[in-house]
Design a protein around this ligand. Structure first.
Ligand code: HEC
Ligand code: HEC
Ligand code: HEC
Ligand code: HEC
Ligand code: HEC
Ligand code: HEC
Ligand code: HEC
Ligand code: HEC
Length: 344
């Protein structure tokens, strides 16, 4: 890619502001341009002495859905103040070839994964830097353009309305494409149904941890539930909810950790990990047994046995008897479960 400096337009040269007029000029001029294409065009369309640039209006002459992919929505997108060629490189050769087959033009989507964010880092340095530390980058799971459509209003690959945090479409159609089970569970939750939280209320795609706050010390949930309106605004209130026998535990065994009970891991040591339950509803001990009896694999452990093995007799020193892989009568555990969960 050429340097940013070369691609700067002069004042008033903003591509989109004149796109309308220029498209018409282009349509009228097109045959002439094609004739000239053998030579001389570079001169008229060079910028700052850089040959090979043709300008956004020329691109739009074809990319209006008639002879090439429709990009007219670009004028409403977040990048409408920069030119097509800022990101796609000089387009003269591409235009001269009539664009056929999309040849002779840079397409960032065709770069190797590790390089695909380089273009964006020229202008969004800190976003790219943080993104590179996330699992999405390290596991080559999702690149910038898997989530963002730089040409589209809102800047996402999916249609959005309003700010991203208020938009369930991001959960359903963007994250959901790659994280089907979490999304399916999440959509059954009160959070999704009332529309009060979405994936990105908890997961920040541009933080190394991929969280908006710490799930381990409860601050993730308390961002919202810590308000007096939602009740968990004091340790006493949290203790009340989790039962006297589950005191707040700063050292972090997790006894009063929201996610231990509300997001148990959906698999055990000898079963494939199936993620943490995103329905946010606790799983009663009795349900585990029912599901096991009906042959569900992996058996979702209940909120008491959980991944921490708090009440799993497989784990030495665990409290009440219960083996999630070979459940014995757990009616006592079920009774204890029923004594928990009153809202403050
Ligand atoms: C003469 C018509 C024409 C013009 C002018 C034109 N294109 Fe294209 N372009 C095409 C056609 C045809 C394709 C291939 C089919 C498609 O993607 O619609 C294409 C494909 C592309 C692709 C996809 C490449 C790929 O790897 O698949 C990009 C990116 C692109 N054009 C960018 C541009 C840019 C930027 C400009 C302005 C510098 C431009 N085009 C001007 C006709 C044109
Ligand atoms: C901010 C950078 C940026 C700008 C500005 C930009 N593009 Fe793109 N373009 C991309 C990236 C990244 C991709 C690959 C990912 C994708 O398809 O969105 C792409 C892909 C494309 C494709 C292939 C899309 C497809 O569906 O096959 C076309 C065609 C295209 N751009 C044309 C244009 C035109 C025309 C303009 C100007 C009106 C433009 N782009 C402006 C970054 C940009
Ligand atoms: C030449 C500089 C430049 C490049 C390269 C660039 N951007 Fe941008 N981007 C901008 C500007 C300027 C804005 C508008 C910022 C604003 O409105 O506050 C923007 C806005 C955005 C937004 C915010 C959308 C919104 O509605 O607020 C996203 C998302 C984005 N860019 C993603 C990308 C991605 C992904 C790439 C790489 C494919 C990229 N950008 C490449 C300059 C650039
Ligand atoms: C193009 C596919 C794709 C999209 C889109 C996508 N992800 Fe991912 N995501 C992955 C892959 C692959 C991984 C790494 C493997 C894994 O843990 O599943 C991952 C990992 C994660 C992780 C971390 C898992 C861990 O163990 O560290 C979180 C959290 C996550 N994604 C959330 C999201 C959210 C929220 C969205 C929507 C804003 C989203 N993802 C969109 C593919 C995607
Ligand atoms: C897994 C999906 C995903 C990936 C991958 C991703 N982003 Fe984002 N990005 C988002 C979401 C969701 C938001 C909105 C966050 C919010 O508002 O809290 C966002 C926000 C942004 C913003 C700010 C937009 C604004 O409204 O201010 C920019 C800029 C941006 N991303 C650029 C990038 C760049 C550059 C890359 C690649 C290095 C990238 N993103 C990779 C999902 C993603
Ligand atoms: C973005 C704000 C926000 C975040 C973050 C959040 N919640 Fe909520 N949650 C709410 C709101 C608002 C309600 C609805 C309360 C009501 O209707 O009384 C709710 C409802 C709930 C419910 C009842 C849902 C139902 O299906 O009836 C549970 C359980 C819950 N949240 C648990 C959690 C847990 C556990 C976390 C952390 C992992 C969390 N929440 C994080 C805002 C949030
Ligand atoms: C020791 C286990 C445990 C812990 C820790 C725990 N909860 Fe609960 N919670 C329950 C049980 C059991 C219920 C009642 C059954 C249900 O609704 O899932 C419940 C119910 C709720 C409800 C009401 C659900 C509804 O249907 O209206 C909310 C909201 C909630 N918890 C939020 C939290 C938050 C926030 C935290 C962390 C501060 C937390 N819980 C910690 C076990 C726990
Ligand atoms: C209320 C907060 C909250 C919401 C909303 C939320 N998550 Fe999560 N998510 C978490 C927590 C907490 C973990 C990690 C649990 C742990 O590590 O104990 C997690 C873990 C994950 C993981 C890692 C694998 C797994 O299942 O543990 C992925 C992927 C993921 N979430 C995707 C999503 C997607 C996609 C959405 C939206 C459909 C979403 N999350 C909504 C809190 C949330």
């Amino acid at each position: 890619m050429v340097s940013l400096f070369c691609r700067k337009r002069g004042k008033g040269g903003s591509a989109h502001s004149r796109a309308g007029t220029r498209i018409w000029v282009f349509i009228v001029m097109a045959p002439v341009l094609m004739l000239l294409a053998g030579g001389g065009v570079d001169g008229c369309f060079s910028r700052n002495g850089q040959v090979g640039y043709v300008g956004t209006s020329t691109c739009m002459g074809c990319h209006d859905g008639r002879s090439a992919t429709d990009m007219r929505h670009f004028v409403e997108g977040p990048h409408n103040r920069i030119s097509c060629e800022t990101c796609h490189g000089p387009g003269y050769q591409h235009v001269r070839a009539g664009g056929r087959g999309g040849i002779l033009i840079d397409n960032p989507a065709k770069l190797p994964f590790a390089q695909s964010a380089n273009l964006c880092s020229q202008c969004h340095g800190s976003y790219v830097e943080n993104y590179r530390k996330t699992t999405h980058a390290t596991a080559e799971g999702a690149s910038c353009h898997d989530c963002h459509d730089t040409h589209r209003k809102g800047g996402f690959r999916v249609e959005t309305s309003g700010p991203p945090h208020a938009d369930m479409n991001i959960a359903k159609n963007l994250c959901g494409q790659c994280h089907a089970s979490q999304t399916e569970q999440f959509l059954t939750s009160g959070h999704a149904q009332i529309g009060v939280a979405t994936c990105i209320s908890c997961h920040d795609m541009h933080q190394e941890t991929m969280f908006t706050a710490n799930p381990v010390d409860n601050s993730l949930c308390l961002q919202c539930h810590g308000s007096s309106f939602l009740g968990f605004n004091s340790q006493a209130n949290i203790d009340f909810h989790t039962g006297d026998f589950h005191p707040v535990d700063p050292a972090g065994s997790g006894a009063s950790r929201c996610i231990t009970c509300h997001m148990p891991a959906l698999a055990q040591a000898d079963q494939p990990f199936a993620g943490f339950d995103h329905s946010m509803m606790t799983i009663p001990p009795a349900l585990t047994n029912e599901l096991m009896a009906s042959g569900v694999i992996p058996v979702p452990p209940n909120s008491c046995a959980g991944i921490a093995g708090c009440h799993d007799s497989n784990v030495p020193g665990s409290g009440l008897p219960f083996d999630v892989n070979n459940p014995v009568d757990n009616s006592f555990l079920q009774e204890v479960y029923e004594a928990i969960g009153e809202l403050p």
